[in-house]
Design a protein around this ligand. Sequence first.
Ligand SMILES: Cc1cc2nc3c(=O)[nH]c(=O)nc-3n(C[C@H](O)[C@H](O)[C@H](O)COP(=O)(O)OP(=O)(O)OC[C@H]3O[C@@H](n4cnc5c(N)ncnc54)[C@H](O)[C@@H]3O)c2cc1C
Length: 492
Amino acid sequence: MENTKETQVIDQDGTIVILGAGPAGLACAHKLLSNGLNRKVVVLDRANVPGGAGASFKWKGHTLDYGPHAFHTRGDEPESLIRSLFVDNPESLISGRKRVSVFLKKKFFKYPLQIKEALLKFNPLLSIKIILEFMMTFIIHQLVSIPIESFEDWGRKRFGSTLYKISFGDYTRKVWKTDPNLISRKFASEKIQGFSFMNLIKKLLKIGGQVTEPYYQSVIYHKNGSGTLYMRLAEKVRALGGVVELEADIRQLKLDGDKVKEVCYFKNGQMQTLETDFLVNTIQMPALVNLFGNQTPFIVRHHADKLKYVSLILVYLEFETDKIGDDSWFYLLDNEFVFNRITEQKNLSPTTMEEGKTVLSFELTCRGSEEYWQMSDQELYDLAIADCERIPKLANKLSKVTDFTVRRARNVYELYLKQFDSHAEIVLGYTKNIENIISIGRRGLFLQGDMHQSVEMGLSAGDLIQNMNKDASKCGDLKAEYLNKYVKYQNT
Ligand SMILES: Cc1cc2nc3c(=O)[nH]c(=O)nc-3n(C[C@H](O)[C@H](O)[C@H](O)COP(=O)(O)OP(=O)(O)OC[C@H]3O[C@@H](n4cnc5c(N)ncnc54)[C@H](O)[C@@H]3O)c2cc1C
């Protein structure tokens, strides 16, 4: 049935503005344009390339990602979208399994850490201690009800103190620069799935137990780097009639009653204003709230301010050697290392590197403007070299280091402090009440998801907007249904 103008959320001549040209924003634009909604779609981003955290950059003859960025596959719509972008050259997408390890107590282990392998490779006394502790903890938790409030409580209950500390506790403290006792237990349910010590004991004793492999082992990766996926997606959005405006720094959102009316952004040295009928947000929740300034109640700004992030420093070392190892990346679990993870991107695609060379990226996280953030590039390089000296396969290759570069990215990891969910829900509640906004994606919903999840959320937001436009009276219910599907921390 033909829509009447009154029931339509977005006017025939209306514009849908999408904040952010990362995986979520571009997927949403693509869906809106290919659904035939027939509205103007404008995507704004302050970066000079599309792709958000999944973009790539050029350094000398190399194309580098901001930390490893392989696209996890599930044989569903997000994967089909990505594949459809390269129908002219399907071989440019490399499909396979990523190879990931863990460096722990001077040995390499498979990732995710297989406890069976760990128990067999650890010193036998340590392995016995781990098993006894696990059993004691299991019995105690059967007899007494001990509240599980933090990530640390969760880890100790599930694995016993020693195994928890070695395999998750120390690393969590290192990556999040936060005492795990202050981290919400909901972080564990997002990050550590399908992992059961009981299951493992059953397997060791050969009395059952099953291994469920996490889906994120299979990936696709473009031979020219992760960013190529989003360059192509942005091209496709433009070809479908959409606008992707880069170097557009969004500075203000103007409300008219409970609707957003205007988006103000800074481009080419001046402020520009764009009228909007519907707004899709994919930028960080607190940043979105700030864009409304004093139009937002103080209490919402207060809660938005409680949502915290961790920033990332990447040190890239160039080696004049064909290859260092076979891992796509490996984690450094021990406290003696300053860096968290080392990636050899060449193992995702050799063509991202200059011939005869390989570049390793070293990731280091910081909160706010702490010490590491203030360090010079040279000081960070020295730290990377010091970590290499403790890993034999890198120590042997130090004479081959020919150059380095450093990149810093603010607020890339959402930090799940205890109570984060109550703060996030208040901010979400506020955006829910603004009639013509939907906030989506990892950033827009304060999630810890991957690119697949952001693309999926973008695609289903496209459908959501189309459905909302069919019947304005259902907007509230449709938005709530959408958020319930993706924002699991609301319900756990
Ligand atoms: C080191 C690291 C490694 C990762 N590895 C993987 C991996 O291997 N596989 C995987 O699937 N995922 C990985 N991820 C996660 C992945 O990067 C994110 O899930 C994904 O990028 C989220 O997409 P998004 O569109 O929701 O947000 P983003 O990619 O963050 O996009 C948001 C966009 O908003 C723009 N923006 C923000 N504020 C403004 C403003 N005021 N004005 C204009 N524009 C603005 C930003 O420039 C950005 O382009 C990794 C993340 C990190 C940090």
